[in-house]
Design a protein around this ligand. Sequence first.
Ligand SMILES: Cc1cc2nc3c(=O)[nH]c(=O)nc-3n(C[C@H](O)[C@H](O)[C@H](O)COP(=O)(O)OP(=O)(O)OC[C@H]3O[C@@H](n4cnc5c(N)ncnc54)[C@H](O)[C@@H]3O)c2cc1C
Length: 449
Amino acid sequence: MAKKVIIVGGVGGGSTVASQIRRLDQDSEIILFDKGAHIAFSNCGMPYFIGETVKERDDLLRDTESFAKKYAIDVRINTEVIAIDRSNKTVTYKNGAGEKHEHYDTLILSPGASAFVPNISGRNENNSFTLRTIPDMDKINNFIKENHPRTCAIVGGGFVGLEMAENLKALDIDCTIIDRSKHVMKLVDKDMAAIIQEHMETKGIKLLLNESLEAFTDNGKMLQLSGNKNLQVDMTILAIGIKPNTELAEQAGLTVGKTGALVVNEYMQTLDKDIYALGDVAETTDLLSDKPSNVALAWPAHRQAYIIANHLAGNTIPYAGTLGSSIVKVFDLTVAITGHSSESLKEKGIPFQEVKHRALSNAGYFPGAEKISIKLLFHSGNGKILGAQIIGEKGVDKRLAVIATAIRGNLNVTDLAELELAYAPPYSSPKDPINIIGYKAESMVTENK
Ligand SMILES: Cc1cc2nc3c(=O)[nH]c(=O)nc-3n(C[C@H](O)[C@H](O)[C@H](O)COP(=O)(O)OP(=O)(O)OC[C@H]3O[C@@H](n4cnc5c(N)ncnc54)[C@H](O)[C@@H]3O)c2cc1C
């Protein structure tokens, strides 16, 4: 008899696992629930729609009917799954027509995460926003179109905060980023963050670091900050962080791990072998340290979807762990990261050394060469590459991709000197900056012996 697969959440992980399962299995009945009105939308593109780089809202959306038809999936939008009964293998869901139940053979949870909103007094939801969903994006966009704000406070200097600063500035809105850390982008080290900060300041973004938001007054337009400072703005974006949506699973007795996400095995199964979890809600392991890790990015969600679909089809491909490779555009800069920062290695007690190199993206005499800064962290005992941070205007993504591949292929830091990376003046130098990092590290590793 055909099996019934129920998927909760229909965006990054949910829609991907649905289509992957269908590719491998033509027979199962697949039901995809999402409490929102859209599935498979491009959340990563939302800041760029607000900033008008992406002109058409529809370009971020996927037509539900054509998705359902293409993959023969019963897609139920505006329908929230509110309970899981593991002993009877049913879910309870609710929509405009009330509450109903549905049986499952396999249940897959991809409910994502919610924007973390601290309990701060005086917040006015009409001028203070988070950005996770299409309705969130619409609210910000409508506010801007209707109220023509001139100033914005962005609380949180991570990926979303930095992307929003650039996109709001493109609309001529003056932005101030408030972050309680010493520097923006806590995934990079302080010295590398300084490059980002300097660039942002040249673009007119104000930074208030070591400051946190304590309260709102004046109908949400005055921010009271920790250092007795006040900031008057027309709007606020809260980009403080996210919290995995584990409530449904917790009520069903599934385990939440150290990171606050759902514990799964290498095949993405929770402690109940018929219930899988993936994406922002799942706790996997860190590829380098093997410690619990919850990385809320699109790549892990897509890879995990593949692992689950294959597992259901009888192909046991374990999830190897997450490296956390990420990339973000900050005005003219590209900031790319993989593996650990110095702080994260210190926290884990892993001994490391760093090698830095500042070079040009390609031959200096060739028009358009730009500076590129690379910082690489490696194990001081065995030379294993533990992390990289690369910042520049050109050629950053390919260098990051080389390092991420090198880590995945278990290359040592000195192996980087041996990589035969393609050269012609518009693209690189005969010794690519990645090779130079390898050469520099060679002398350090030799000194260690
Ligand atoms: C503004 C923004 C920019 C981003 N940019 C990038 C980027 O550049 N690169 C990158 O790698 N990642 C980026 N991400 C992160 C990436 O989008 C997520 O990691 C990915 O979407 C995770 O997929 P998911 O399935 O776990 O969660 P989501 O894609 O968030 O999907 C979860 C879905 O589950 C639904 N849901 C939740 N609970 C229920 C329930 N009980 N019943 C029914 N439905 C439910 C929600 O409505 C939601 O639609 C960005 C995210 C945001 C918000």
